[in-house]
Design a protein around this ligand. Structure first.
Ligand SMILES: [Zn+2]
Length: 222
């Protein structure tokens, strides 16, 4: 799950839907949870649901979501602390992606983080396949395309491992599913660097302290 930085609220809202394009300007037209690219009907999602006490109009309580993640999540979380969130946590360190098992907690996490990761997967039902989801849920199709595209791009890199190819691959990765691209290219730092570079324009948050450790943000747990 790609960690993002929304920045400060650009304005006040009288309707939360107005924040849609402001959010997308900062973090791109991607679902914050499943990482699918979504232009049509992307939704402003309340991180803490309004009927669980979340603020309806507060920028800090907004993320962008596809309708499938938003519908699955619904108002089921009555707190934030049982989960990890891409706007405060370094969520790229928490999940592991594979085509067979979709997404699982990263190996080696503390028991507490492992639970939060699993609860986050369960909340948005991020690990559904064709055979256990609805006809309308296109998330698995989108993931499959990303795996295929990333693997073909990996072959292209094998044939021409030059910086220009890394840049082409990075631009292609903007079609969605950041974490799948990071997984396929995990052994190719030249490409990972370029992917992070293009996603920085889409609000990617990966900051390091002077010792080279990732910075944990206020309110974050990793
Ligand atoms: Zn989604």
């Amino acid at each position: 799950m790609r960690p993002v930085n929304k920045g400060d609220s650009p304005r006040d809202y009288i309707d939360y839907g107005q924040a849609r394009h402001d959010l997308a300007e900062r973090i791109g037209y991607y679902c914050s949870y499943c990482e699918m690219k979504v232009y049509q009907g992307i939704e402003v999602e309340h991180i803490l649901p309004v009927n669980q006490g979340g603020d309806e109009l507060e920028w800090d309580n907004f993320l962008l979501s596809c309708k499938y993640c938003n519908t699955r999540k619904s108002d089921h979380n009555d707190n934030l602390s049982d989960y990890v969130w891409p706007d405060i946590d370094n969520t790229d360190l928490v999940f592991e992606y594979s085509e067979a098992s979709v997404v699982t907690p990263q190996k080696g996490l503390s028991l507490e983080l492992n639970q939060k990761a699993q609860q986050t997967i369960d909340l948005m039902k991020l690990d559904l396949f064709a055979d256990n989801t609805t006809e309308a849920d296109t998330r698995w199709r989108s993931r499959k395309e990303a795996w295929d595209l990333a693997r073909k791009s990996y072959n292209s890199w094998d044939e021409a491992p030059i910086v220009e190819m890394a840049r082409v691959i990075a631009r292609t990765s903007l079609s969605g599913h950041y974490s799948i691209w990071m997984t396929v290219f995990r052994d190719v730092p030249e490409v990972l660097k370029e992917i992070d570079e293009v996603y920085r324009c889409k609000g990617l948050y990966k900051e390091y302290d002077e010792d080279g450790n990732r910075i944990v943000r206020p309110g974050g747990c990793i």
